[in-house]
Design a protein. Structure first.
Lengths: 742, 234
């Protein structure tokens, strides 16, 4: 089923829909009765009343309801014929040729309004076919005002354009319907919008027999047809409409001069306030033989011919010229403006007229100048006609300030930032800094020899001499030594305890060696541990080497190779288990389960399957644990994690440490109970141990040079103290500061 | 040591060590590219060596070999470490880094528990007890001189510990002259503590110098022996 496109919102709707699902606009216009003339009202098509619509209709004003009820009584065949003949699409997208109103169907517009907008002009002489009188509803609504009846009757008899259509010049000749986009929305949406205000009067009861002013004026023209009640008795027709009706009836002459209607003139009638758009419509010529295609109201200053009051076709004889100025305009005289509105004199001039009450929405459409009473004078009539804008065609509007109206190109203001001079100087400085940032700066020539470099070289020379001299002496005189090893009286308790622990080892006992030091201190550790290892080898201890450092296993192999290089036969009673990962966690794991943590040795052989390791299941199974380290944290880890397991079986823990960490490990040795059972610190400790055991080794070789270096360092420190102390004491700056302090 | 007893590899190692030692000694003249070159090579060699040890000694020897050679019940205990180790590889990418958080949490938690337990049970409790035992009257030697020495030693340790801690008390009071300063008694004790601190720093310096001197002696000895190997004295 093909969809119908809504003329208002252009959205697709089902074919059988009567109203749009989105904007509630009517999709199918009401059926136009055959009696409707060229300007006759389009008989509305009876829409299917839905509950929602019924509720919607209940909220409509009474007059609108009456109109709709009239439409509902239209004969069905005519409605069906009209409904089938009319297609909303054709109304919108069909031929642009203006079509008489009578042939089209309209929405639920009142007849007077539908007849107005149908043609767009009232000057077109209706054809014979179009002169078919509007078909009266079968049932006359008793509430219908008499003036409306008279209008319809006259339409029927005369077949004229609807008198009320005079003022609607912007409505094209296309049938008046909600689908006609040329119609102002307020017109086309009248019967459908709940909020659509009544055309003219909202409050004045339609039952009143009093003819509105505007309608009575319309009656001033040709005498109405017999049977047609004159309009003068219509109570609610606004003044402007009545005038238009009068003009139509009287056959307004063709205007020779198009003058815009003065909006004030409409206000002169009591209570009758003609909207500006209406005045424009009235003044525009609409009498034509053929319905011209009137352009829409163009509110554009650029439009040359924007004077909508101009007429383009002569008014047909006998037909009201909607575009012609009404006679009463020329009879309007200037009056003093009053704040309240129309003057009372104007009210008295029109007998029996009541002030028209425009609805609020219509009131809002009026320009401010039209609402505010202005001084009406002949001068205003001769005032310049407004050429453009919404007030085009009006006379006597407030003059625009010449300076404003004078079109000129707006002055160009510089957008350049006005920077003061001081800021410009700062900007330039910043730019220079940025520009020179990438430039290579010429470095100041460094002194080839500075005082610091001289001092450094001097110290190095002194140390080298202090070390090399004893070495050369030892090379030259191998039987003589410059310095003796520390004597027994200088052997400390920690060394003697170490010797005691090693001396009480059984032959072939398993000993765990932990090489946890860095290669940089290997000289000191090897010098301190040489005698101990010699003693262990002399006791045929099974050496098991481990390390928590990655370089530890290699250092252990290096130590054994150094020992073997001095032996006639290499010592092979050892195994190197390698690196224990995990830090302290790995250490405590090895202490609890050494077989599971380190199952293979460094050569990828099973380490615990044969030999002395076969009987080892926990760390306390080792007879002695010897740790070589230069790091206080490593030593502390062994003491905290492993020593509790050894203490349970009273196994000794011996530390061979570097001289720099000896003060940090000593508290563990001097604790009660001891956590470290023995300690050898540095080259001095190794020398002392060698002196104690009587087996000189590496420490003996280094001792003379070590002593020379210590002597050189002591001399340098002492000399530095004397020199810098004396300089500080006898410095002129210091002297001046001291005198100032005094 | 003589050239005849050296293998070619030993000879190459000796010459390499000799050259690198000389390059390090060039720092006496100041920072120079030769010294930097030596440092860079050292860092690279140390890193590569650690990687080889980790791969060969840890992953191959302690994880893969046991699973391969002894696929017994005890080997199944190695499956969780293997899974967690592979899971930890997700930390290498920024996108999958969050997936490795549980493994890291386990490592951090286990390490923290080990460290805290060892510090409390291995250091704090024994050291506090040992400090208190310095004044154990039952351990005083019988001889008068020894007993005096015993008590003096304990007293010196106690006083030194207290004054050293007082040195780091910087609470001041407003004096009469509106100048904030420490109390006089605290100031005096802090000065005594400063003496103990200075002595401690001196001991540390001596130990560091001794270690460095020993290394220098060993290097100079190596250089001398290498030179004398090629140019004997007599």
């Amino acid at each position: 089923m093909a969809d119908i496109r809504c003329p208002m919102c252009s959205k697709p709707n089902p074919e059988d829909a009567e109203v749009c699902q989105y904007c509630q606009a009517r999709l199918k216009p009401l059926v136009v009765s055959s009696a409707s003339g060229p300007g006759g009202s389009i008989p509305p098509k009876k829409p299917p009343v839905s509950p929602a619509k019924a509720e919607h209709d209940s909220a409509l004003p009474d007059w609108l309801d009456r109109i709709r009820s009239e439409d509902e009584n239209v004969t069905e065949p005519e409605e069906a014929e009209a409904g089938s003949a009319f297609q909303p699409e054709e109304a919108i997208y069909g031929d642009d040729k203006p079509q008489p109103v009578g042939k089209a169907e309209s929405s639920d517009l009142p007849d007077w309004l539908a007849s107005l907008g149908a043609s767009g002009t009232i000057t077109e002489p209706p054809s014979e076919e179009e002169k078919k009188p509007a078909e009266l509803p079968a049932e006359k609504n008793e509430d219908e005002p008499d003036w409306l009846e008279r209008i319809r009757a006259r339409q029927e008899t005369e077949g004229n354009e609807p008198p009320l259509g005079v003022f609607i010049t912007d409505i094209p000749s296309e049938p008046v319907s909600s689908e006609n986009t040329h119609l102002p929305n307020w017109i086309s949406s009248l019967p459908e919008q709940e909020s659509a205000p009544p055309p003219f009067h909202e409050e004045t009861p339609v039952q009143s027999t009093e003819q509105p002013d505007w309608l009575s004026r319309l009656d001033t023209g040709p005498s109405p047809e017999p049977g047609v009640q004159p309009f003068s008795n219509e109570p609610e027709m606004p003044d402007w409409l009545s005038r238009l009706s009068g003009q139509e009836a009287g056959g307004l002459p063709e205007p020779t001069q198009v003058e815009p209607l003065d909006a004030r003139s409409y206000q002169q009638q009591p209570g009758e306030e003609i909207p500006d758009w209406l005045s424009k419509l009235e003044s525009s010529s609409a009498e034509k033989d053929q319905l011209p295609a009137l352009p829409a109201l163009i509110l554009n200053d650029e439009t040359e011919d924007h004077d909508i009051l101009k007429t383009e076709a002569p008014a047909a004889e006998g037909t009201p010229d909607l575009n012609a100025l009404p006679d009463w305009i020329f009879n309007v005289t200037a009056e003093e403006p009053s704040a309240g509105g129309p003057s009372s004199a104007e009210a008295e001039s029109e007998a029996g007229l009541e002030p028209a009450q425009l609805p609020s929405w219509l009131e809002a459409m009026r320009p401010i100048e039209a609402a505010a009473p202005l001084v009406s004078s002949q001068e205003d009539l001769s005032a310049a006609v407004e050429k453009g804008g919404p007030l085009a065609g009006l006379r006597g509007v407030l003059p625009i300030d010449p300076n404003i109206s004078r079109l000129r190109k707006p002055s160009a203001y510089s957008i350049k930032l006005q920077v003061p001079e001081d800021q410009q100087a700062l900007v330039k400085r910043l730019e220079d800094l940025i520009a020179t940032e990438a430039d290579a700066r010429s470095q100041p020539r460094k002194q080839s020899i500075s005082s610091q470099s001289l001092l450094r070289m001097f110290v190095a020379i002194v140390l080298f001499l202090g070390i090399l001299a004893p070495m050369l002496y030892d090379r030259m005189y191998t039987d003589q030594k410059l310095l003796e090893l520390p004597g027994v009286e200088r052997i400390t308790k920690d060394i003697s305890d170490t010797n005691f622990s090693l001396g009480t080892l059984p032959v072939g006992a398993p000993v765990l060696l932990a090489f946890d030091y860095q290669p940089g201190v290997s000289a000191e550790i090897e010098a301190a541990s040489a005698a101990i290892l010699d003693q262990l080898i002399s006791r045929a201890a099974f050496l098991t080497m481990v390390s928590t450092k990655p370089t530890g296993p290699v250092l252990g192999e290096r130590v054994l190779q150094g020992i073997n290089s001095k032996r006639a036969s290499p010592y092979t009673n050892y195994t190197n288990l390698g690196f224990i990962p995990g830090g302290e966690s790995g250490l405590i794991g090895f202490a609890e389960r050494p077989r599971q943590v380190m199952p293979y040795n460094l050569k990828s052989q099973e380490a615990w399957s044969s030999g002395p390791p076969a009987g080892i299941h926990k760390i306390s199974d080792f007879s002695l644990v010897l740790v070589f380290t230069e790091n206080s944290e490593t030593a502390r880890s062994w003491i905290e994690q492993v020593q509790p397991f050894l203490a349970a079986q009273k196994r000794p823990l011996i530390m061979v440490v570097s001289a720099q960490v000896e003060p940090l490990i000593r508290p563990y040795y001097e604790a009660n109970p001891k956590q470290v059972n023995g300690m050898v610190a540095g080259l001095a400790g190794g020398a002392a141990y060698e002196s104690l055991t009587g087996h000189p080794s590496v420490a003996r070789d280094y001792w003379d040079a070590f002593g020379g270096g210590m002597m050189a360092a002591s001399i340098l420190i002492l000399a530095g103290m004397l020199i810098y102390g004396g300089i500080g004491l006898f410095s002129p700056v210091k002297r001046a500061e001291g005198e100032a302090a005094k | 040591m003589n050239l005849a007893g050296l293998t070619p590899l030993d000879l190459a190692g000796m010459i390499t060590g000799f050259l690198f030692t000389l390059l390090v000694f060039t720092y006496i003249l100041g920072d120079n590219p030769l010294f930097r070159l030596t440092i860079y090579i050292f860092i690279g060699v140390a890193t590569g060596f650690a990687a080889v040890v980790a791969l060969y000694n840890v992953i191959w020897n302690q994880l893969i070999m046991p699973l391969y050679q002894n696929p017994g019940l005890s080997s199944y205990l190695l499956v969780p470490p293997l899974v967690l180790g592979i899971w930890l590889l997700t930390k290498s990418s920024a996108r999958t880094s969050r997936w490795g958080n549980p493994v890291m949490a386990y490592l951090v938690g286990a390490g923290a528990a080990t460290a805290i337990g060892g510090a409390v049970l291995g250091t704090i409790f024994p050291q506090v007890g040992s400090t208190a035992n310095l004044f154990d009257l039952r351990a005083i030697p019988s001889s008068s001189s020894a007993s005096v020495a015993f008590l003096l030693r304990g007293g010196a340790i106690l006083v030194g510990t207290v004054v050293t801690l007082l040195f780091f008390q910087f609470g001041v009071r407003m004096g009469a002259d509106q100048i904030p300063r420490r109390p006089a008694w605290l100031d005096i004790l802090a000065k005594v503590g400063m003496v103990f601190i200075a002595i401690t720093f001196g001991v540390f310096f001596a130990g560091v110098y001794a270690t460095a001197l020993t290394a220098l002696v060993e290097r100079l000895r190596f250089l001398l022996d290498t030179i004398l190997m090629f140019v004997p004295l007599r």
